[in-house]
Design a protein around this ligand. Structure first.
Ligand code: PEP
Length: 241
């Protein structure tokens, strides 16, 4: 089953999250994909009680540390305690605006796993790299660094930076080219589990393009930003899968 991972980014107050969860509960009849809402941390307790049965939730970042004097950070134990099951690590916005390196991402992913959470590890190239034809080498390099000492209970999200929030979507063939390359690397890192590790595509996914992209053999779902905010779009994406 595909994973439809919904990245709200820095949107929705707890009150709005509650309303969204209720509206989803009213509209969701059959889940054609596993749904997971990746929300700002303050919304997680609301989602824990408000989401329909079977819809998972998680955070958008995690501290690489277990606990202690790290003001402003949120630990894996805290996320686990409210019922989160997933956490995004290494989103391109965190890499760009917060200077997160592959080593930081790997440390966060390992900490997520140590806390019993599944990290969604994001990788992907910028426009200059794609135009230079270096996108596969670049993304696989990021993947290698971001999975250092990380176990196989992981989801990979390929998100070309030029396609995030821009309305420019990679073609389904572009997504499959990279997903297949990522699968090849996963076979090397996790020979036993590679076929079962989900590789998602993210970047301007919408109701009208999700089916074609997720229909590709190595793409096992989508990480969706903008189109995750309206319940109607989420229901339409679920229906399309
Ligand atoms: C994202 O934030 O991970 C993302 C893919 O955003 P969008 O769907 O808006 O491009």
């Amino acid at each position: 089953m595909n994973l439809l991972a919904l990245n709200w980014k820095m949107n929705k107050t707890p009150t709005e999250a509650q309303e969204w969860a209720q509206e989803l509960g009213g509209g969701l009849q059959v889940s054609n994909a596993e749904l997971a809402v990746l929300a700002p941390a303050l919304n997680l307790p609301v989602l824990a009680t408000g989401l329909p049965d079977g819809v998972a939730f998680g955070a958008q970042d995690i501290s690489e540390h277990e606990s202690g004097a790290y003001t402003g950070e949120i630990s894996g134990a805290m996320l686990k305690d409210v019922g989160a099951t997933y956490v995004i690590v290494g989103h391109s916005e965190r890499r760009e605006y917060h200077g997160e390196t592959d080593a930081d991402v790997a440390a966060k992913a390992a900490q997520a796993q140590a806390s019993g959470l599944t990290p969604i590890v994001c990788v992907g190239e910028g426009l200059d790299v794609r135009e230079a034809g270096e996108h596969v080498a670049h993304t696989l390099g990021q993947l290698r660094g971001s999975l250092e000492n990380v176990g196989a209970d992981v989801v990979i999200a390929y998100e070309p930076v030029w396609a995030i929030g821009t309305g420019k979507t990679a073609t389904a063939d572009d997504a499959e080219e990279m997903a297949a390359a990522i699968r090849g690397a996963l076979r090397e890192y996790y020979p036993e589990q590679a076929e079962g590790i989900r590789v998602l595509y993210g970047g301007s996914v919408k109701p009208d393009n999700i089916a074609e992209i997720c229909g590709k053999p190595n793409v096992n779902g989508a990480l969706v930003g903008g189109a995750s905010l309206k319940v109607a779009d989420v229901l339409a994406m679920n229906d399309a899968l």
